[in-house]
Ligand binder design. Structure first.
Ligand SMILES: Cc1cc2nc3c(=O)[nH]c(=O)nc-3n(C[C@H](O)[C@H](O)[C@H](O)COP(=O)(O)OP(=O)(O)OC[C@H]3O[C@@H](n4cnc5c(N)ncnc54)[C@H](O)[C@@H]3O)c2cc1C
Length: 431
């Protein structure tokens, strides 16, 4: 197994008070009126050493590692809305690293190792919970393919094990293993180190720690143009004026084609809606994450008690943060068969995000033909789990102007060389 990654700084060196049980008690005494702002709201400077476009988890993580690992503190994160208002705050928070191909295993397990210490590193409770992620099979063919995948995953030193229906029933008492239902449970595979984390906290934790290191986080500021002189990027046009910078990293998920278009670049990306919903809260019933690739359903129970359910992508391209009704309807029809207790629950909230998918269902972490312009996108339906790893390797790419070993396979030139990392088959529904 690979070495533990260099996580950057531990704790907050810039002078922000540390969150702890003691600070909680101290602030309780003043009725919680004296908490310091988590991050500043600065006006943009005229020039930065690097500008990160997109204040989702990946953009904020990039800024944090640029500052903490590479010492680049004169940088800004420019976000058109609010932090985490994109896919970061809209996902179903599943984290795992049991991917089949070596390149995928490398990046997702790099991320998982970072997750394992991230609450401490950022001094922010991310509610990271390694409750296990179980993917279930509904046919013999799917089960056989799963056992092949489990062997490949284990060869990369990543934990993975096959379970039979009875073992699954023991682990998840509310699941229906009756073999006569439409999608019978034939078996599954489990990654015990997988789990969930609180998505907004990830954005807030990175933002607070990056701000502490001097990073300017500028919200409600849309990038409307990418300015280049010849083949060099020289800055970004924004709704708050022009910002000069010779390094620009675009991390805007579903809007990456729009940003790339501003620099005259065409990305191999399709942006589609992906939907999720939560039920009303109930007592703890489910302490594992369950995914079904055949149904395109994934379910977990949040710490608040809501059943969190996600569906597959809508089949049309769109920039609207909502999807069509047949998709969740199809998913729920199968979900109530698999988990009959769901039929008694009411839906509390339902939403959509815009996911950016590449033809090979793997991300792009890359330089471009424009010097100083970098893209990190294409995480599609499954990038939340990669947040720390993605930010860590993207910061390295921006700082050193060359990809490291983990990022190199994700370069844009794979669409010319044909060295694709086809995770469509390997991940089914890519969460
Ligand atoms: C319903 C749903 C369920 C999901 N479930 C999972 C899951 O269980 N596990 C998992 O691993 N992944 C999941 N994902 C995918 C995951 O959410 C994303 O891959 C990940 O959050 C992407 O993070 P990001 O920081 O790149 O993008 P985002 O969080 O979308 O951030 C991009 C930011 O860029 C900003 N932006 C866009 N254009 C501009 C501009 N012109 N100027 C300035 N800012 C701009 C946006 O406002 C946005 O805040 C799911 C996604 C959805 C929608």
């Amino acid at each position: 197994m690979a070495q533990k990654p260099d996580r950057g700084v531990t704790g907050l060196p810039g002078g922000k008070p540390k969150y702890s049980i003691f600070s909680l008690a101290r602030n309780a005494a003043s009725y919680h009126q004296d908490w310091q702002r988590a991050w500043r709201a600065p006006e943009p400077k005229k020039e930065y050493d690097a500008v990160i476009v997109g204040g989702g988890g990946h953009g904020l993580a990039t800024a944090y590692y640029l500052a903490s690992v590479h010492g680049m503190t004169n940088i800004a994160v420019v976000e058109k809305g609010w932090l985490g208002g994109g896919n970061t705050g809209r996902n179903t928070t599943i984290i795992r690293s049991n991917y089949m191909w070596d390149e995928s295993a490398a990046i997702y397990d790099h991320a998982l190792k970072l997750w394992e210490g991230l609450t401490q590193d950022l001094n922010f409770n991310l509610m990271f919970s390694q409750r296990g992620v179980l993917t279930i099979a509904h046919s013999w063919g799917e089960l056989r393919e799963m056992s092949r995948r489990v062997h490949a995953i284990r060869l990369n030193g990543i934990d993975s094990e096959v379970l039979g229906p009875d073992e699954i029933k023991k682990l998840v008492p509310i699941i229906n293993i009756d073999q006569s239902i439409r999608h019978p449970v034939m078996g599954g595979f489990l990654q015990k180190r997988g789990g969930t984390a609180r998505h907004d906290a990830v954005a807030w934790g990175y933002a607070r720690a990056a701000d502490d290191l001097g990073v300017d986080i500028i919200q409600n500021c849309e990038v409307t143009g990418l300015k280049r002189e010849g083949d060099q990027i020289v800055g970004v046009e924004t709704t708050k004026g022009f910002i000069k910078s010779k390094k620009v990293g675009c991390v805007v998920a579903g809007h990456c084609s729009v940003l790339a278009g501003m620099a005259g670049i065409r990305l191999p990306i399709a942006s589609r809606p992906l939907q999720a919903l939560v039920s009303e809260p109930i007592k703890p019933e489910l302490d594992t994450v369950i995914m079904s690739n055949a149904v395109h359903m994934y379910i977990s129970q949040s710490d608040k008690g809501e059943m969190v359910l996600g569906a597959g992508v809508d089949k049309y391209n769109s920039y609207a943060q909502r999807g069509s009704f047949p998709v969740p309807e199809h998913m729920l029809a199968a979900a109530v068969e698999l988990f009959p207790i769901l039929s008694r629950l009411r839906m509390l909230r339902h939403w959509g995000g815009i996911v950016d998918t590449c033809p090979d269902a793997s991300p792009i972490i890359s330089k471009t033909d424009v010097k100083g312009l970098f893209f990190n996108c294409g995480w599609g339906t499954g990038g939340f789990k990669a947040t720390p790893g993605s930010g860590h390797v993207f910061a390295d790419l921006i700082a050193n102007d060359r990809p490291n070993k983990i990022a190199a396979p994700y370069s844009l030139d794979r669409f010319q060389t044909g060295l694709l990392i086809d995770e469509h088959g390997a991940a089914g529904v890519a969460h």
